[in-house]
Design a protein around this ligand. Structure first.
Ligand SMILES: *[C@@H]1O[C@H](CO)[C@@H](O)[C@H](O)[C@H]1NC(C)=O
Ligand SMILES: *[C@@H]1O[C@H](CO)[C@@H](O)[C@H](O)[C@H]1NC(C)=O
Ligand SMILES: *[C@@H]1O[C@H](CO)[C@@H](O)[C@H](O)[C@H]1NC(C)=O
Ligand SMILES: *[C@@H]1O[C@H](CO)[C@@H](O)[C@H](O)[C@H]1NC(C)=O
Ligand SMILES: *[C@@H]1O[C@H](CO)[C@@H](O)[C@H](O)[C@H]1NC(C)=O
Length: 382
């Protein structure tokens, strides 16, 4: 039997799209309605992720290749051939909450861009975009993976084009789900209207952003190809979906969420208080700048450093060394970001130079510094 066009869980499709490239991802899944599973790491905070640089690895995982992060476009999800899909998934869960995603959907018949919330019990809340339908967006939900219970009224016109930037917001409490498009409430689902709450999404969710090929005639069922808007012509690609930012708010303030029974209901979930790993990472105060670090040193130490170094040139050397090690730790951060830091620190170094009280003695050569820093930056990217 063909899948019915209005009721294909995106989570299953995202997963099936992944099987060819990363089947290992699926073997770790654990459905708490079937067995006892480890607790879900919580989020327990609110944060806006700007995807102009790579998000921390411990917070989001890129499943499959084809995702790049850059200053201009944010996260870029690219499909250029059969078998490609690109998903960025949060490692954390939120237990009621909201997400606001600013994104541009991908072009291309049969190419599906999506914002998906998915839980361990296969509760799911979606925004989906069909690349061949420029002026519509589709909302959907599933409770406990049940494709027999879905709502009607999930087709929404978009003013302008889905290929342009829009704000897709979903708001979720135990009583209702709301979908907002550019600040307008366009759909409400009351819990009682989802099979008398049984199939209302109600368990901790991850956020998954991504694109996949619903129109691949070789790998997808005919019903899916039809639902996706027709067969995909890869010669029209590559197809890019862009996500500028995602604001995520967890309405629970937990470190972990644990299923205490196999009912899959929100009442079954135990919230363990505390700071989540993800919250620790995103709320970490920014690293201190060089001048702040310098300012914090006791006066005696400063004098010692002056003396030991013999000149302000020595301080520059220390500063460069710190910069170099910082760069190494930065790992795979974008070159643009490194360049900006470089510029900021150059300005700071110039302040050191001015505050060095002996600028004439200073053997500082801007070109040489730029060369050294550039080399450090390159080495760090290997
Ligand atoms: C886009 O989707 C809407 C709503 O389902 C539908 O009425 C329209 O025919 C579709 N347009 C195209 C070009 O597929
Ligand atoms: C959905 O409906 C089909 C056909 O009526 C049935 O076989 C299946 O068990 C139902 N699924 C659930 C989860 O109720
Ligand atoms: C996105 O829409 C939501 C819901 O209307 C609104 O609260 C939020 O401020 C908007 N975000 C941006 C960045 O415009
Ligand atoms: C509605 O929920 C009940 C449990 O309360 C379940 O047994 C039933 O299968 C659900 N209905 C459908 C159509 O799946
Ligand atoms: C949790 O984080 C807050 C700041 O975000 C901090 O003040 C508090 O000490 C942290 N609690 C624990 C137990 O680490």
């Amino acid at each position: 039997m063909l899948p019915r066009p209005r009721s294909i869980p995106a989570l299953a499709l995202l997963a099936s799209a992944l099987i060819s490239s990363a089947s290992a991802q699926l073997t770790t899944k654990c459905n708490p309605m079937e067995k006892t599973c480890p607790p879900d790491p919580g989020f327990g905070t609110a944060h806006t992720f700007y995807f102009n640089s790579t998000p921390p690895e411990d917070v989001f995982t890129s499943e499959a290749n084809g995702i790049k992060f850059n200053e201009k476009d944010g996260a870029v999800f690219t499909i250029s051939d059969r078998g490609h899909s690109a998903t960025l998934a949060s490692n954390f869960y939120f237990f009621f909450g909201r997400t606001e995603v600013l994104m541009k959907a991908a072009r291309g018949q049969g190419i599906i861009s999506s914002i998906v919330w998915g839980s361990d019990t296969l509760d799911e809340v979606d925004w989906e975009f069909k690349g061949g339908n420029e002026t519509w967006v589709f909302s959907n939900y599933f409770g406990k993976g049940n494709t027999n219970v879905t709502g009607t009224g999930g087709d929404h016109p978009v003013s302008g084009s889905i290929y342009d930037l829009h704000n897709y917001t979903s708001v979720w409490t135990k009583d209702k789900l709301e979908w907002h498009l550019d600040g307008q409430l366009i759909r409400t689902l009351h819990a009682k209207d989802a099979n008398n709450t049984f199939n209302f999404p109600q368990t901790p969710m991850t956020l998954r952003l991504g694109s996949w090929v619903g129109g691949d005639t070789e790998t997808q069922a005919p019903g899916t190809v039809e639902w996706a808007g027709g067969p995909t012509d890869y010669s029209q690609g590559p197809f890019h979906m862009y996500v500028q930012s995602a604001h995520v708010e967890d309405y629970s303030s937990g470190k972990e969420y644990t299923y205490t029974d196999k009912l899959g209901s929100w009442q079954s979930i135990k919230v363990t208080e505390g700071n989540s790993t993800a919250a620790e990472i995103v709320n970490k105060p920014p690293e201190k700048s060089l001048s702040e670090k310098w300012a914090e040193l006791p006066e005696g130490t400063k004098i010692g450093i002056y003396a030991a170094a013999g000149s302000v040139g020595g301080i520059l050397f220390i500063a460069l060394a710190i910069y170099y090690f910082k760069q190494r730790r930065q790992g795979q951060k974008e070159a643009a970001l490194a360049a900006r830091m470089h510029e900021e620190e150059r300005v700071e170094l110039e302040r050191f130079k001015r505050e060095g009280r002996n600028p004439d003695d200073l053997k500082f050569d801007g070109t040489e510094y730029a060369g050294a820093a550039g080399k450090g930056g390159m080495m760090s990217s290997i």
